[in-house]
Write a protein that binds this ligand. Structure first.
Ligand SMILES: [Zn+2]
Length: 140
């Protein structure tokens, strides 16, 4: 159960690591982060606001109820970025979407594997496929 309170320093450090990981992959880390209260039994750490990337930049909600764990939060931000990529591919790269959806019928698994890849922990076939998806994204 997550019932800590997020420290701003934790968020700043996690954002720094998230940014570094994406830049290393040649990806645009621009994101708007909004703090939110996560209520009840819904103990999420971060959430991507669907379709927000088609506005100014993607919006991530970060729960203020979160243990002070930089690594966990960094991973969660990277996971959310995996959703941003999957969504982009779904709407803008239909041919690639067929492949992605074939390999990952559950988008959560793609987001997890993207987070693994971004932190250098992916199994090799995963890394190869995820990198192929990344390489197909527009630059900038
Ligand atoms: Zn997810």
């Amino acid at each position: 159960m997550l019932d800590g309170v997020l420290d701003k320093k934790t968020l700043r450090e996690a954002r720094k690591r998230y940014t570094a990981a994406l830049v290393k992959l040649g990806l645009d880390p621009s994101v708007t982060i909004r703090l939110r209260e996560s209520l009840g039994s819904d103990h999420w750490i971060a959430q991507y606001r669907g379709r927000s990337q088609f506005g100014v930049r993607p919006i991530f909600w970060v729960s203020v109820r979160h243990p002070d764990d930089v690594e966990e939060l960094t991973r969660s931000l990277l996971h959310e970025y995996g959703h941003v990529i999957a969504e982009w591919v779904r709407y803008r790269e239909p041919a690639l979407w067929e492949d992605l959806d074939g390999v990952y019928p559950d988008e959560e698994e793609f987001a997890e594997d993207f987070a693994d890849h971004a932190t250098g922990r992916a199994r090799s076939w995963v890394g190869t496929f995820v990198q192929r998806v990344i390489d197909s994204l527009p630059v900038g």
